[in-house]
Design a protein around this ligand. Sequence first.
Ligand code: UT7
Length: 333
Amino acid sequence: MTLYASRIIGTGSAFPETRRTNEDLSRMVDTTNEWILERTGIQERRIARKGDPTEFNSSLGHRAALRALEMAGKTPDDIDAIIYATCSPDTLVPSTACWLQQKLGARRAWATDINAACSGFVYASTIADKFLRSGAHQTILVVGAEVLNTFVDWQDRTSCILFGDGAGAAVFERTEADNPRRILSTHLQSDGSLWDVFHTPAGGSALEVTHDVIERRDHKMKMKGKEIFKIAVKTLADFAVRALEANNMTLKDLDWVVPHQANLRIIEAVAKRLDLPMSKMIVNIERYGNTSAATVPTALDEAVRDGRIQPGQTVLCDVFGAGLTYGSMLLRW
Ligand code: UT7
């Protein structure tokens, strides 16, 4: 018998100050505001200032975490674990989670990073849910945060228009298994055979960053946009159905979908495929672009704080990312 479940009791988000508009991008690569807006729905994104310690990944994560803790009515001392989803860590070692632990002074916690690219927040949340359901922990801080601008190829107009920096956080708490307001299910799946539709060739142990690598720009992200687009629409729709079926629910039971924000047209295509109105899709891509692991927790935070998401409503977080990775988390708020 399962004794416990988990629920989110606080959310928070934070973004760098600097806005980069489509007009700004049109001065960097051969593109236009009209093209970006029409093909992606993005108007602007935030870019962390290089070398500014107040805008490191862990610093944005810190600001988001403090807001989430405040909403949750918790202090850093309450945190048993910090699970930090990112593919743009402050440093390879220590983990960004440990940098955040130090900033928070969360002395009791263990802390680790999870890299599932844009799916990271749902992967990290799933791990948190399992630790809480097992009874091992009481309170877990989950962060999804990126400073992607270091890894984006600002000379490649087919990818650079999409990405931005930001951080979102959620405080998960153990609750009774029969609490209606809980995580209802999580589903994860990866397909490593599709690694080449989105990858960064160099910078890991497989390929060191050398002068040649830099000249080939192999230290920057490579993306096959059209291919990912098709896979994303199919898998986001499939994972929504899978989550609902696992809970004996139908699409009518869904109040909100918080999809990964990679392209507004992907979100629209998923809504169409599922026959859901766009008014149920929570979207913030126009202001922030694709912030990878941060898209879902920041959009969730926004909708919680502005009162769209109300207690008792059913919310689906639905994601895909490099790997490729896919996942969903269905919850009752
Ligand atoms: O979590 C991240 C995972 N990544 C994604 O989910 C990305 C998913 N894919 C996409 O969002 C879209 O495929 C893109 C936004 C990347 C591209 O949009 P598209 O509608 O698929 O454009 P396309 O690649 O079919 O290109 C159409 C045309 C091409 O010109 P020709 O060959 O028709 O003459 C491109 O060269 O648009 C051109 N183009 C651009 N033009 C102006 C490509 N990028 C740009 C640009 N500005 N930035």
